[in-house]
Design a protein around this ligand. Structure first.
Ligand code: NAP
Length: 290
């Protein structure tokens, strides 16, 4: 339910991914459109890998105003678009497409969403040492965001080569070196000794395997700030462990709401009602948790 009467002038936005059934983005964006009284609607579009070129052509053909892009299309959509924002190109992932009179412009609001979340939490990255777990699309956005703040970063990933590639790409961007290690207990112990900020950007801990955590509890200390960008469940196993260790914790819903708000502003040109989006996202996640 959007709360808005659909009619011939309704502007369509949406999400392209596979799966999309459990996405909270429709709830988040439709609540925002409703709050601002905009005649927009946001729909989930399940798009297979093979279907992506046709779906992208469909954005133009159907005059869809914009879409979010999620797994598995964030990288493969890049060559199908007309223009890519330089940061999104460096990250190698697009999560927002804006249709400007038939020309499709791709950008990445995960990186800026992460930065806005940090700022809102009063975390100044300068001089901070961060350990970032994962080297997928979301992790690369987080790493580039942290690099832009001047953080020292150690990237830990199950597949070492992807962590090395991310560190290389960031070096070209920031002109300084970053560490890359295989994600295992030994390397985590060393990295977490150094780190003040820990970010889980792997999909470990995501429902339905919510009991999994990428970090042994004994490695978490009171002095750590622990961010889990996984938002389903709201309180992941890692966040529970970190709280028990006395660490400060931040869940993934805040970044989610920020990246959504930035997408909303790209499509509508209006300031997003962030708190409305955050509440709608939290409610939708709770619904799926049941
Ligand atoms: P992705 O590109 O598929 O990357 C997944 C990452 O998780 C890779 O680094 C992968 O390691 C690692 N991983 C997966 N299973 C693992 C396991 N069993 N053990 C160790 N590492 C494992 O996905 P993504 O787009 O980066 O998303 C990652 C998570 O972030 C998802 O849970 C997503 O929902 C969340 N996310 C949150 C937000 C937000 O706004 N809060 C935004 C974007 C994404 P390998 O490279 O070795 O496969």
């Amino acid at each position: 339910m959007t709360g808005i009467e659909l009619n011939g002038k309704t502007v369509i936005c949406g999400l392209m991914g596979d799966p999309v059934e459990h996405s909270v983005s429709p709830a988040m964006h439709n609540a925002a459109f409703h709050r601002l009284g905009l005649n927009y609607a946001y729909l989930p579009f399940r798009v297979s890998k093979e279907g992506l070129p046709g779906a992208v052509q469909g954005i133009r053909a159907l005059h869809i105003a914009g879409v979010n892009v999620t797994i598995p299309h964030k990288t493969s959509i890049i060559p199908l678009l007309d223009e890519i924002d330089p940061l999104a190109r460096r990250i190698g992932a697009v999560n927002v497409v804006h249709n400007k009179s038939g020309r499709l412009f791709g950008s990445n609001t995960d990186a800026d969403g992460f930065l806005r979340m940090l700022k809102e939490q009063g975390i100044d990255g300068h001089g901070l040492h961060a350990a970032v777990l994962g080297a997928g699309g979301a992790s690369r956005a987080v790493c580039f965001a942290l690099a832009s703040l001047g953080c020292e970063i150690t990237i830990l990933n199950r597949t070492l080569q992807k962590a090395l590639d991310c560190a290389d790409d960031m070096e070209k961007y920031a002109g300084r070196t970053f560490s890359a290690l295989e994600l295992n207990t030994h390397n985590l112990a060393a990295a977490l000794e150094e780190a003040g900020l820990i970010v889980n950007a792997t999909s470990l801990g995501m429902a339905p395997r919510a009991d999994e955590s990428p970090i042994d509890r004994g490695l978490l200390k009171r002095r750590h700030i622990v961010v889990d960008i996984v938002y389903n469940p709201v309180k992941t196993g890692l966040l529970s462990q970190a709280q028990k260790a006395g660490a400060r914790t931040i869940g993934g819903l805040d970044m989610l709401a920020w990246q959504g708000a930035l997408s909303f502003e790209i499509w509508t040109g209006r300031r997003a009602p962030l708190d409305v989006m955050r509440r709608a996202a939290a409610k939708a996640v709770k619904r799926y948790e049941k």
